[in-house]
Design a protein around this ligand. Structure first.
Ligand code: PGA
Length: 254
């Protein structure tokens, strides 16, 4: 699964052009074995939904975040119920920018994950260590804490259907991508942690993405690793041509 996280880029007019371009470029063979999702800003969702549905584009609608309440006095927030009504199927939960720039705690991540599941959508749960944590040899400790906080208590069947994105914070938006070997080591550790929290079946079934400075040149290297099942792409997903190249480079060869 290859997911494009647009972050705070593209207004609804730009979104329209980008998704139309994506729809023209993506061929049936590109999406035969790769699920492709886009995660535009909230103000674009209705536009993208309408286009994807009207033209039957092979793109899955995703969001970047939501509140954990269904409704209420939460000024500025968007509820999971609102996203579900718009046909959103995947929601990024606990992206490192939410955690670090907006103070999203492990507890808030867990509550949001539960809210997304409650509305029949699939979370893309983001985990990852900072550069300091990696330098201190604390990568696995941090991943394990994030996963345990988010997944404890979730139904194993729901966990099996989820997506987890391993995104080392130091690799996001820096051009300093993790090596394929480091990504594989972390993704394998994520899988083993999922197995210990939710059972072997969930661990085997869950899809694990790598994210952090992915581009058309390095995508295939990650996808060649046995425990990397997909990619979460930021900067390189904003342009349809570069995103489609990443999708093509990600098609399973094994
Ligand atoms: P990047 O962002 O590809 O621009 O590094 C990835 C992400 O934050 O999901």
């Amino acid at each position: 699964m290859v997911s494009g996280n647009w972050k705070m880029h593209h207004d609804h007019i730009e979104a329209l052009h980008t998704v139309r371009d994506l729809g023209l470029r993506l061929k049936p063979e590109d999406v035969a074995r790769v699920d492709v999702s886009v995660h535009p800003p909230f103000t674009d969702l209705r536009t993208v939904q309408t286009l994807v549905e009207a033209d039957r584009l092979p793109v899955i609608l995703g969001a970047q975040h939501c509140n954990d309440h269904d409704r209420g006095a939460f000024t500025g927030e968007v509820s999971p119920q609102m996203l579900a009504r718009l046909g959103v199927r995947y929601v990024v939960v606990g992206h490192s920018e939410r955690r670090h720039l907006f103070g999203m705690s492990d507890e808030a991540v867990a509550a949001t994950l539960a809210a997304v599941l409650r509305h029949g959508m699939t979370p893309i749960l983001c985990v990852g260590e900072t550069g300091e944590e990696r330098a201190a040899g604390r990568t696995e400790e941090r991943l394990s804490a994030q996963l345990t906080a988010a997944l404890t208590g979730a139904e194993p069947a729901a966990v099996a259907a989820m997506v987890i994105a391993y995104e080392p914070v130091w690799a996001i938006g820096t051009g300093n991508a993790a090596t394929a070997v480091d990504a594989e080591d972390a993704c394998l550790f994520v899988r083993q942690s999922v197995e210990s929290v939710a059972g072997a079946e969930a661990g085997q079934a869950i899809r694990i993405q790598y994210g952090g400075s992915v581009n058309a040149e390095n995508a295939a290297d990650y996808m060649a690793e046995p425990d990397v099942d997909g990619l979460l792409v930021g900067g390189a997903s904003l342009d349809a041509a570069s995103f489609v190249e990443i999708v093509r480079a990600s098609a399973p060869r094994r």
